[in-house]
Design a protein around this ligand. Sequence first.
Ligand SMILES: Cc1ncc(COP(=O)(O)O)c(C=O)c1O
Length: 603
Amino acid sequence: MDKKIKLLAIDLDGTLLNSKGKISKEDKTVLKKFSEKGGIIVLASGRMTDCVSIYSNILEIDTPLIVYNGGMVRLRKKEKRKIIYHNPVPLKYSRIIIDYCLKNRFFLNFYYNDILYAQNDPSLKRYAEIYSKQTGAKYNFIEDLKIMKDKKIMLSEKDIPTAWYNILSDLPGQIPPPIHPATGKPVEAKDLLPIFPMGLIQQEVSTERWIEIPNEVLEVYKLWRPTPLVRAYELEKYLKTPARIYYKNESVSPAGSHKPNTAVAQAYYNKIEGVKRLTTETGAGQWGSALAFACNIFGLKCTIYMVKVSYHQKPFRRSLMHVWGADVYPSPTNLTNAGRKILEESPDSPGSLGIAISEAVEDAVTHDDTKYSLGSVLNHVLLHQTIVGLETKKQLEIAGEKPDVLIGCVGGGSNFGGFIIPFVPDKFAGKINTKFLAVEPTACPSLTKGLYLYDFGDTAGLTPFLKMYTLGHSFVPPKIHAGGLRYHGDAPILCYLVYKKVVDAVAYPQKAVFDAAVTFAKTEGILPAPETAHAIKAAIDEAIKCKETGEERCIVFNFSGHGFFDISAYDLYFEGKLEDYEYPEEEIKKTLEEIKKLPVNQK
Ligand SMILES: Cc1ncc(COP(=O)(O)O)c(C=O)c1O
């Protein structure tokens, strides 16, 4: 044997296999010797995985398989057949090929998700029998290959990403750091230790590209992950659009939204550092219920300051938090200095997210065994949410799609951030030309009308200054029903991407958003959270544009949560009692003038 040959890539049919589909004795002996001398044998075939893998068994090798004429390379027993290269024919081109073959009466093998399909055509079926005999391939005969369509694109548990993606490693510049209000200098780890565990502080500032997801967190993720990517065929039909609309369904988590993706991770890192109790604030209750769920799993106590008006308006979210063992208080309370001060001044205060944050932070810093947890805005929260985008990327690949538009609603920016961030490097590299579209309410239009300035993250001014598009921390947004979108600022990472014009933003009024929500519920069946309905409204508008231009664009949005606990808002919608709030221009102007004067914004 020529010593220079290190690797043999061998085709099967007509090469390694004889006319009986067998490897001859002589060939087996030669290949065995080659192997023993350190040579690598790789099988490369047009066949599907199973029909190649059997010959690896015969040759006693476990090298990667090259299948589908090079369209896919995957590991075998090692790492459970992990796909390491995949370049499928996009579905839209497949349809053209299918058309051509059917018209010319060619028999066609059609592989989708590693399953073989063929047209149920009696005059052509004998070719299937021949191929089946030769390769062992099992056919699924269907009536019309052209309408081959899966409603859901599912991944299996072994496909759950095992690391979160950190965009800080790949940004072309540096995002402006958080500033300590007392020193005017960037915040240091020790400043954050009274409120967060070290594990999360490290993630907040890390520039590592991939951060491994601990096994304990992955095990909990398996309760609902991977989440489905669903093709909204019925919505497409209703809109009569040539666009293909997909949604990533994050509402299937136990708490009903994307929020547990970070709640579980945060509870875990607190738990392993010996923290006994977590505090947080919640508005409409999605975040509170996610943290209650996560604390229950890791045996932590959980104290939730729920904005008083929601505490009374949304009793069932409160009940859900109780089921998972959390203590829920209507904020302002008389348990903290911040709460007592508000109650003294205004005993009937309905509360606000800002007040609730102040109470939760005060509770954490005044108890040694307690830390505080935030459900959005911060870098580590967006990091945990990248699991959403990473899965979506794999699912779109399976569907043979490159997204033209990726859409998500924005409160603090965590679901949208986590959804788009894994796609951002591909846009920087010119591999995709995707429009990233952030959607917010006109009643709280931080990205579309705010200024890119340093501001406090909370209303009371307890947090560091964050550089973000803000409406001013003292701005109290009108009481729209998308409580989770009533935040004066946005995640610094997201704001930086908007500032650099990588991300576009749009704002919608409440009634139009509920129209879209009801359209979605009537066509696709699931009742969206009012927050999520903002993304749906934008997806519908993009699809209508396609109808006008005839463009067959691929529109994908993040379905951040269901609206089963928001049913009273839907009642008001049907009673015609929902209000649209004007953009509060004068009020925002006033609060922004104050922010502009802060020394941190004078530099
Ligand atoms: C269902 C749902 N979607 C979206 C949001 C907005 O938050 P974020 O921008 O952090 O994803 C919330 C916040 O509570 C929510 O409950």
